[in-house]
Design a protein around this ligand. Structure first.
Ligand SMILES: [Zn+2]
Length: 55
């Protein structure tokens, strides 16, 4: 699904505005879920790298 059935916000709209329509958007919009997932995994990677670099 590329649109949230709860608030009717599409992934394109969220990408343009940077805001989700509601908390369900993360679950309902597949593209958004993927984008968030990759964002989080990037953060985890960076966190690990920083830790290793400081040691
Ligand atoms: Zn929504």
């Amino acid at each position: 699904m590329d649109k949230c059935p709860y608030c009717n916000t599409s992934f394109n709209e969220i990408r343009q505005t940077g805001f989700v329509g509601c908390s369900k958007c993360y679950r309902e919009i597949e593209e958004l879920r993927k984008a968030v997932k990759s964002m989080y995994s990037n953060k985890v990677h960076r966190g690990k790298r920083a830790k290793n670099g400081s040691l």
